[in-house]
Design a protein around this ligand. Structure first.
Ligand SMILES: Nc1nc2c(ncn2[C@@H]2O[C@H](COP(=O)(O)OP(=O)(O)OP(=O)(O)O)[C@@H](O)[C@H]2O)c(=O)[nH]1
Ligand SMILES: [Mg+2]
Ligand SMILES: [Zn+2]
Length: 306
């Protein structure tokens, strides 16, 4: 290991960081200087997993410009942001129909955040082995259709039957991918399914709350034996939207972006304006009412907290 150079942050525990000179996998420890900690602007963490940093004698001396990052606003009212990870090639949003139930509003917020930060999201519907009843199967298909129609790839997976795992592995092969989603949806289990030599901590579902128990507590990158690097993350509870003008929001819905040039008025909020192409597309069934509903919800929330 060199005493000075450039490396990628692969893990962050409370007090120190693990760095790696990718694609080699030889993690070494580093700490951060108080000074660097202060320059972290509005975010609560100056350095995130995936960041490319300069280091010297075990001390991180700087952060290189980020290609992209995912961010989470700590709460709706707080202005503080937390950078989940940086320099990602893809984000897998892991969701489940039951145990726990992932709400569409959550998915839509997550997707908007990815679009806003220029990251390619793929939806993973995990635990398909549990959707044996017709009703659950139909609900899964209904959700998958909503997102496929919006232009996203949706992969049904199961870490029990291994359905869909090959496709996820194939997508992971050439880069750094992040797994995100609520606690208990099976993010860590998926990593283990992708590469059985990995041994991430896997939790249970609380039977009283039908939710995960926040088993993963650190952001951590792992190398896949089949190629590529994956980042496991703690489950996220909610998603505060981060800083953009309400006029920009519809750009982050790919299916709206496709038609909004034809709106009669510019700018158009796609709410009350006559001749709105987005609303017309919705009436024709090309844009789902659920996605449009999420759009309205986010628009309202943004104006409320501004
Ligand atoms: N039936 C079924 N259960 C699964 C599947 N994948 C994961 N599980 C179970 O779901 C529970 C939670 O799995 P984890 O991998 O710990 O979930 P996580 O998303 O990493 O959760 P946090 O780390 O808390 O955010 C465990 O009991 C897993 O065995 C699946 O495909 N089918
Ligand atoms: Mg986990
Ligand atoms: Zn419009």
């Amino acid at each position: 290991m060199e005493s000075k150079g450039t490396a990628t942050v692969v893990k962050h525990t409370g007090s120190h960081y693990l760095l790696c000179e990718l694609p080699q996998w030889q993690p070494f420890e580093a700490v951060i200087r108080g000074k660097l900690r202060l320059t972290g602007s509005k975010s609560t963490n100056p350095v995130a997993v995936g960041d490319r940093v300069t280091f010297e004698n075990g001390v991180i001396t700087g952060v290189l410009p980020r290609k992209n990052y995912v961010i989470r606003r700590s709460t709706n009212l707080s202005r503080e942001n937390h950078i989940i990870a940086a320099n990602l090639d893809m984000v897998f949003l892991v969701m489940t129909v039951i145990l726990p139930e992932t709400k569409l509003a959550f998915v839509d917020r997550f997707l908007v955040t990815c679009e806003a930060y220029g990251i390619h999201p793929v939806i993973v519907m995990n635990k398909t082995d549990l959707y044996t009843e017709k009703e659950l199967q139909e609900q899964m298909e209904w959700m998958a259709d909503i997102y496929r129609n919006a232009g996203y790839e949706v992969i049904g997976t199961s870490t029990r039957t291994m359905q869909g795992i090959d496709r996820v592995r194939e997508l992971c092969r050439n880069g750094v991918c992040l797994f995100s989603g609520q606690s208990g949806v099976g993010k860590s289990s998926l990593l283990k399914a992708l590469d059985p030599t990995l041994d991430p901590k896997i939790g249970e579902i609380s039977l009283s709350h039908l939710q995960g128990k926040h088993t993963t507590t650190f952001y951590e990158m792992h190398p896949l034996s089949g190629g590529g690097f994956v980042i496991d993350t703690p489950g996220i509870r909610g998603f505060g939207l981060v800083d953009f003008e309400s006029g920009e929001l519809s750009k982050y819905f790919p299916e709206m972006l496709k038609v909004m040039d034809s709106c009669r008025y510019m700018p158009c909020t796609h709410t009350h304006e006559p001749g709105c192409a987005v609303k017309e597309a919705m009436e024709r069934g090309e844009i789902s009412a659920e996605r449009y509903g999420s759009y309205l919800g986010m628009l309202e929330e943004e104006t409320k907290y501004r």
